[in-house]
Structures are given as structure tokens and as C-alpha cells.
Design a protein around this ligand. Structure first.
Ligand code: PAF
Length: 282
């Protein structure tokens, strides 16, 4: 596995791959890799001859300095996981390499980002769109792989690709869960033992809410029940629970036949912010 740290190095590497007729897959990550990331690498490996994983804890997408400071960073362990998973190159740039000068361009994804993560983390999707655009320009992949745990991020990145005519395909891969249902996340490493023991409640809340949606329980009631359940567990502070259209991400007041529903929640647990979601087919 090649280790690349400069934009020029990445550009040269992928240019050579394309010249050789290879398909290039990109798996953008912020490191602290888990089985969810490795599944993205494996999916890319199944489609592409070259699989590039990027590891970059992107400062511009954090609206909370403490969250950025505490974000887990384990570069050696990450590199050791990537090669056996089928990664052919790792791009691990510095902040100065990615941001040689402060960016002035601002992305606005309209209604798509006025809800959920966008509403609760001002500037988050501007930072995501900035760094993802840079990575797409540097690597020029045929395909880029993202996890559905970040449902809204996938929607925003697809909009970015459509609006700016990036010549690539976005592949969204299912959320990978621990045996007790907790969605895999780099932030799970920061949970202490009591918080980790309580964490599967997020999945249980989503499962119960999905069952209610299938029964036709009104969205407001589904939301209230989920929030009440989380509030009863003293370690949790619920940030939001959304019952939304799975495509537009707009909150629902009722259900429309044939339209999938996405249930998204964010909660703080022992000082760690976790998100999860579940889709209910229409
Ligand atoms: O999902 C993530 O890890 C990040 O938001 C991404 C896509 C790598 C951009 O920094």
C-alpha cells in the first residue's frame, strides 16, 4: 500500500492509474477506522482496481473545537487495517496540505441542510463539502464510497456531485452495527464503560420508532415517544429525533404512500455525541 501525503502525489498516483485503464475508488474517512470503514474499502475493492482511502480529520467541519481536539487519531493502527482490507493507497495529508490558504467559498445546500445535522452543527456541511470537493479534484475517482450512518451527509454529497457535475458515482453502503445494535462510529472509542453499556438504547429507540411508523402512528407521536424514551435514561441527552422524508430529509406531518421515511437521531452520551438512523420503506 502506497502512503501519499501530498495533493500532487495523489494526483500523480491516480492519473497514472487512469492512464493504465484502472478504475479508481475513493473512501474518504477521518480515521479511527472500524468495520464500517473497512466495509467501504471492501465495496470499493469489488468495483475498482485502485482503492484510495483518505484519512484527514477535517477541521472545517467541526463546529465544536473540543470535539475536533478529542476526535480519535490512531494513524498507525489505521494504516495496518487498510492494506489487508484491499486498499492500494492511503492519502494522509496535513492540514496545511489540504488548506494552504483559508477557504472563502461557502456551500449552501438549502433545505437539505436546514434540518438535523445541518441545523444543529452550523457550518458542518460547508466543511464537509469543501473537503470532499478537494478530495474529488485531487483523486478524480470513478466512484466514492460513503456510509449510510451519515444519511444526511450522503444526501449532501450527492447534491454536491450533481450541482458541480463531478464525473463520479457516489456509492452509499449500509451501516455496520455491533452485536448489540450500536452503529459503528469512530466516536464510540470515547465512550466509557457505563456509556457504552447504555449506548444500544439508540438502536432500540430507532427500532421501536420504525415499528410505529409501519403501524401508521403519526410522525409527531413517533418523535415524542422516542425522545421520552431517551430522556428516561439519565446518561443520555437527546439533541434531536427527526421523522423525515428519506430523500428530501424534510420533517413529515404524515406519511405518503410509496415514500420511504428516515428516522434520524442525535444524542449526547457521557460527553460523546452519537448519531444514528433507520429507513422505513414507503
Ligand atoms: O464521514 C466522514 O468521516 C467525513 O465527514 C468525511 C466524509 C471523511 C469528510 O471529512
Amino acid at each position: 500500500m502506497q502512503i501519499l501525503t501530498t495533493a500532487a502525489g495523489l494526483q500523480a498516483y491516480t492519473e497514472q492509474a487512469r492512464q493504465a485503464g484502472h478504475r479508481v475508488g475513493l473512501v474518504p474517512t477521518m480515521g479511527a477506522l472500524h468495520a464500517g470503514h473497512l466495509q467501504l474499502v471492501q465495496a470499493a475493492r469489488a468495483d475498482c482496481n485502485e482503492v484510495i482511502a483518505s484519512i484527514f480529520v477535517n477541521p472545517t467541519q467541526f463546529n465544536n473545537a473540543e470535539d475536533f481536539r478529542l476526535y480519535p487519531r490512531v494513524p498507525e493502527a489505521d494504516a495496518a487495517l487498510l492494506a489487508p482490507a484491499g486498499c492500494t493507497a492511503l492519502f494522509a495529508p496535513s492540514v496545511a496540505e489540504m488548506y494552504p490558504q483559508p477557504t472563502v467559498l461557502h456551500f449552501d445546500f438549502g433545505a437539505l441542510e436546514r434540518v438535523m445535522e445541518g441545523a444543529h452543527r452550523p457550518g458542518h456541511f460547508n466543511g464537509v463539502a469543501t473537503v470532499v470537493s478537494k478530495l474529488f479534484h485531487m483523486a478524480r475517482p470513478h466512484r466514492a464510497y460513503f456510509g449510510q450512518k451519515d444519511w444526511q451527509q450522503v444526501a449532501v454529497v450527492k447534491q454536491l456531485v450533481a450541482d458541480l457535475s463531478f464525473d463520479l458515482e457516489i456509492v452509499a453502503c449500509p451501516t455496520i452495527r455491533e452485536a448489540d445494535g450500536l452503529a459503528m462510529s469512530s466516536r464510540n472509542r470515547r465512550l466509557d464503560a457505563p456509556a457504552r453499556a447504555a449506548a444500544p438504547l439508540l438502536y432500540q429507540v430507532l427500532q421501536a420508532a420504525a415499528a410505529q411508523v409501519r403501524q401508521g402512528v403519526p410522525p409527531a407521536q413517533v418523535q415524542a415517544t422516542a425522545e421520552a424514551t431517551l430522556t428516561r435514561e439519565p446518561l443520555f441527552t437527546s439533541e434531536y429525533m427527526a421523522v423525515a422524508d428519506a430523500q428530501t430529509l424534510q420533517p413529515l406531518t404524515n406519511y405518503a404512500p410509496g415514500r420511504a421515511v428516515v428516522l434520524c437521531l442525535a444524542a449526547h452520551l457521557g460527553g460523546v455525541r452519537l448519531i444514528d438512523n433507520m429507513v422505513v420503506a414507503g
